[in-house]
Design a protein around this ligand. Structure first.
Ligand SMILES: *Cc1c(COP(=O)(O)O)cnc(C)c1O
Length: 411
């Protein structure tokens, strides 16, 4: 077909059908608002899946995009560039890490982390120390290694034999982890708050226990902060509020505010095992992405912005409590900062999809985290008016799903 007129219908004709996008097509965004191709506006509680942490079309990011965009986009890793060096220095100053490896996504950052852990164990201890311990319901990306390590079998089944030496244990079960971590353990990988798995925070004692067990057995502790990182938890990285420091940390999503970039952060000692040529990437560390991420990190690491995340968290949970009073929807509201999950109660079990669809019809973009959990991951600087307006619209949307219940309750 030569006609280049496109609509939502075109998706079903030209795209590989791994996604089932909403019936409307977003066209532009500003801050926490998005407009679709029909000109309808939406309040954005999804932030492009925990990515646009400074909202859409942030003026300072736009300025960097335009300035760096007119200078140099890409040069390849046979050369370095100033933006990537500044970004690495800034991340070093903010964290435990001394060294950074840049990639283009969370999965690639995790791929680098897992390969580094395997290489460290191999070089230090030999071929028998290869086991990677991960947790059920965890999510680490969609490359074959990362879906195999992730704790949702539906994502790795049907693609042939998975890499060997991966063990899945129940999340927050320290006894099970202590039993499993031993001489063969190469690394433990854990999300400080499981995001895709349902917004489930780790118990501080669980993380502390993992740290101790890893130290006792010469295993590395990897924190996957792809979703929790870059201010999302109300701390620049979530580990900073746990009292536990990992050996390797992965970060992506909000790091580029929508420009694809990810990073693996680690110590001098461990980075030394990745010698020239041992790992690599074409696009990772390109000057355009790095310049944007550098500005994102500069803006979000401002203590006032992080404080703003913590106060918006309280406000958002207050709005959810009010919705719950009206409609009796939630079994539990949990999470930290602006990574909040509202688990539906038994009456609405499995129906998160219906709430998300109704929200869309009422001018709200939102997310689920599994079939039972509504997930809120808005801009970290969401204006109060937009949050109020978003919850006013959600009240109408949720009434359309839960209306029957309200009537029953009022009798
Ligand atoms: C989103 C996510 C990933 C995967 O990131 P991609 O950029 O989609 O590859 C990995 N880990 C966690 C915790 C995530 O939330």
């Amino acid at each position: 077909m030569n006609d280049l007129t496109v609509t939502r219908q075109t998706f079903d004709e030209v795209m590989v059908p791994v996604f089932a996008p909403a019936p409307f097509v977003p066209d532009r965004g500003l801050g926490s608002r998005v407009w679709d191709t029909q000109g309808r506006d939406y309040i954005d509680f999804a932030g492009g899946i925990a990515v646009t942490a400074l909202g859409h079309a942030h003026p300072e990011l736009l300025k960097v995009l335009q300035e760096q965009g007119s200078k140099l986009w890409h040069i390849g890793n046979g050369y370095t560039n100033e933006p990537v060096l500044r970004l690495a220095r800034r991340l070093e100053n903010l964290t435990f890490a001394d060294r950074a490896f840049f990639a283009n996504s969370g999965a690639e950052a995790n791929e680098a982390a897992l390969k580094l852990a395997r290489r460290v164990a191999f070089d230090r201890h030999g071929a028998d120390k290869y086991e990677i311990i991960s947790f059920t319901q965890s999510f680490h990306g969609r490359t074959f290694f990362t879906v195999s390590v992730g704790g949702q079998p539906k994502y790795s089944e049907g693609f042939g034999p998975v890499p060997a030496g991966i063990i899945h244990l129940p999340y927050n079960d320290l006894e099970a982890a202590k039993q499993a971590i031993g001489a063969k353990t190469c690394a433990v990988i854990v999300e400080p708050i499981q995001g895709e798995g349902g917004v489930i925070p780790a118990d501080p004692a669980f993380l502390k226990g993992l740290r101790e067990a890893c130290d006792a057995h010469g295993a590395l502790l990897i924190f996957d902060e792809v979703q929790t990182g870059v201010g999302r938890s109300g701390y620049f990285y979530a580990y900073q509020d746990t009292g536990v420091t990992p050996d390797i940390l992965t970060t992506a999503k909000a790091l580029g505010n929508g420009f694809p970039i990810g990073a693996m952060l680690t110590t001098n000692e461990l980075a030394a095992y990745f010698k020239v040529g041992v790992h690599g990437t074409t696009y990772g560390g390109n000057p355009l992405g790095a310049a944007i991420a550098d500005k994102v990190v500069e803006l979000i690491s401002d203590p006032k912005v992080l404080e703003g995340v913590r106060s918006r968290s309280v406000t958002l949970k207050g709005h959810l409590a009010k919705l719950d009073d009206r409609f009796g929807l939630f079994r539990q509201v949990r999470g930290k900062g602006l990574l909040i999950g509202a688990e539906l109660n038994d009456a609405y079990k499995g129906r998160a999809k219906d709430f998300v669809a109704a929200a869309g019809q009422h001018g709200v973009i939102m997310l689920m985290a599994g079939p039972d959990v509504l997930r809120f991951v808005p801009s970290l600087i969401m204006p109060e008016d937009d949050m109020n307006e978003g919850f006013a619209r959600l009240a109408k949307a949720f009434e359309s799903v839960a209306g029957a219940k309200t009537e029953a309750a009022s009798h």
